[in-house]
Write a protein of this length. Structure first.
Length: 584
């Protein structure tokens, strides 16, 4: 093996790792919605969690990625530790799919059908199909399919380059002696763990082992401990990912490590004892590519069979290793680890945006209550809710800016834009709630009163604003398009209501029924209520446009007013309901 073989080996390894990463990311993007659905069905049922972990990992081709996701889910409160344990066990089995795909390179025979199964036969076709799809298709979903094909082709080309580069090692005595050393189980485990920790992928390190096995010098006796060590080394990604998370997320990462360490200790002991007593001939046989894939799968299945019934003990061990602190621990509301799974990250942003909307609506309703009958505690609560909505807007907005750097589908992009715009409107609604409370405080402190007619008109306006805020919230919470379509006609009625009430109040000022000071407060109240209704209109417009993957709100509103029979019908109904009550 000369310097050129070494360079070829380095190049092949680089292509192999790049292809694996490229394919995994594209698979993850393509399966985004499926991941969301699968994770949404998670229960405390062991089998459901196990199958979920297995399925997700088989799709994205990385147990490390799945475990990092799990750490993020636990940190964000989307999953509890018990659910995480079952998913992690399933992930360990799911990751063995890669080794089986790579084992296709070991197929031999003159039969044309066997030859077609060899990666060297179909990989060029996949590469061609992938580049055509990627370059000429505009749909992000189709582009992802093209990247999957390209990633797989690059991975297999890299594997083929590595295999060719190390083929000369078969005749080097030092290489044979090296793998004789690895038949020491402890040394084999350490080598497997260190290699995998460096490249942070058990699938990739198993692939490298398969490439070396193509020389015919890697025996099962050397391969088995290395494979066991690789399962320990892959835990480094989850451990690193758990830094800066809450205690439950740290426990999830430790469960992953504990599962693999305990499984390795038990089955390595069994392997060593069996080898010492029975000395099976297969231990000294050269490992094949499919043989390594079999060992990899069998080891992970045996670990799961051993530890799945004892998952509650793993949970207790995690609590022992990371005990609860005496003080109450704050939980992170959004976790950057979820950015690797856009569908799930978006779902979490939506959940927090809904919580923010609830705070904003609550603040507005309390402020209206304060106007009708001043309550210092409610006024204080309105300000607290406004500060809370500011905090929500900061964390969700910053998170969505980072989220937008991902390669998103058309639907994900529309959803992201919708949430970003809606949180801005809800933050402004909470600001107007504080303005209304300040007006209520001025009325209370200065003992300002309105005339009976003014109070009656204010009741009508408050009812209309309460209805529009509920419609907008329901439209956002339930993605209710019918409710969203009702908001704009009501907003137009509130605009007219405001103008009518302003005119009526000018007449009362002229007749002396209301004072100048009351007039200033009255004007502030009308302005804030009208702007609240404007923000509700914006929210409803976002819901309607996001449903059509189009964020041109003003165009949608213009079309609704000029073309929609539903709009005209609702506008008349709201006019009769509210405008008809104002006494001219």
């Amino acid at each position: 093996m000369d310097i050129f073989d070494v360079l070829t080996l380095i190049g092949g390894l680089s292509l192999f790792l790049f292809g694996m990463n490229l394919m995994g990311q594209a698979l993850e993007r393509s399966a985004g919605k499926k991941l969301e659905i699968m994770l949404g069905k998670l229960t405390t049922n062991k089998a459901a969690g196990l199958l979920t972990g297995l399925g997700v990992t088989a799709v994205i081709q990385s147990s490390s990625a799945t475990t990092v996701m799990v750490v993020g889910f636990v940190n964000s409160g989307l999953m509890n530790l018990r659910q995480a344990i079952n998913v992690i066990m399933g992930a360990n089995i799911g990751t063995t799919v890669t080794a089986w795909i790579l084992s296709l390179g070991g197929i031999s025979g003159d039969n044309i059908f066997l030859q077609l199964l060899k990666p060297t036969s179909f990989t060029p076709v996949l590469a061609l199909a992938g580049i055509i799809i990627f370059m000429f298709c505009k749909s992000s979903r189709k582009k992802n399919i093209g990247v999957i094909f390209l990633g797989f082709a690059v991975l297999m080309f890299g594997m083929d380059m590595m295999t060719g580069a190390v083929s000369g090692l078969a005749d080097i005595p030092a290489f044979q002696e090296l793998f004789l050393m690895f038949q020491n189980p402890i040394l084999g485990v350490l080598v497997g763990a260190v290699l995998t920790a460096i490249i942070q992928s058990s699938s990739a390190s198993v692939g490298i082992l398969q490439a070396l096995a193509a020389t015919g010098q890697v025996t099962y006796g050397a391969a088995i401990p290395i494979i066991m060590g690789q399962n320990i080394g892959t835990c480094i990604t989850a451990i690193l990912s758990s830094f800066g998370t809450n205690k439950n997320a740290k426990r999830a990462a430790l469960v992953h490590l504990s599962f693999n360490v305990i499984g390795t200790v038990v089955w390595l002991t069994v392997f060593t004892v069996v080898n010492a007593i029975f000395a099976p001939a297969i231990v000294n046989e050269a490992a094949s590519l499919s043989g390594i894939a079999t060992v990899h799968s069998l080891f992970n299945i045996l670990c799961t069979i051993l530890l799945l019934p004892m998952s509650s003990l793993l949970e207790k061990l995690a609590y022992k290793l990371v005990p609860d602190s005496k003080g109450k621990e704050s939980v992170a509301e959004l976790d950057e680890r979820l950015l690797s799974t856009p569908a799930v990250a978006l779902e979490r942003c939506g959940s927090l945006a809904l919580e923010m909307a609830g705070c904003s609506v609550s603040a507005l309703k309390d402020s209206i209550s304060c106007i009708k009958e001043y309550d210092a505690e409610k006024a204080k609560e309105v300000r607290r809710m406004e500060e809370k909505t500011d905090h929500y807007e900061d964390i969700i907005g910053s998170y969505l800016v980072k989220f937008s750097t991902n390669q998103l589908s058309e639907k994900e992009s529309a959803q992201s834009s919708k949430i970003l715009k809606v949180i801005g409107d809800y933050e402004r609604i909470s600001d107007h709630a504080v303005n209304l409370v300040e007006s209520a405080e001025e009325l209370h402190e200065k003992k300002i009163t309105f005339s009976d007619n003014a109070i009656g008109e204010l009741e009508i306006l408050c009812d209309a604003v309460l209805e529009i805020i509920d419609l907008a919230y329901k439209a956002f919470a339930d993605h209710d398009i019918e409710c969203a379509n009702k908001v704009e006609p009501l907003e137009q009625v509130i605009d007219r209501l405001k103008e009518q009430m302003r005119s009526q109040h000018i007449l009362r000022l002229q007749s002396g029924d209301c004072g100048i000071e009351a007039g200033f407060v009255w004007s502030d109240l009308l302005t804030n209520f009208e702007r609240v209704s404007d923000h509700c209109s914006n929210i409803a417009g976002c819901i309607i446009d996001a449903d059509e993957y189009n964020m041109n709100i003003h165009q949608s509103l213009r079309e609704m007013k000029t073309e929609s029979e539903f709009y005209k019908k609702e506008y008349k109904a709201y006019s009769d309901k509210y405008l008809g009550k104002i006494v001219e």
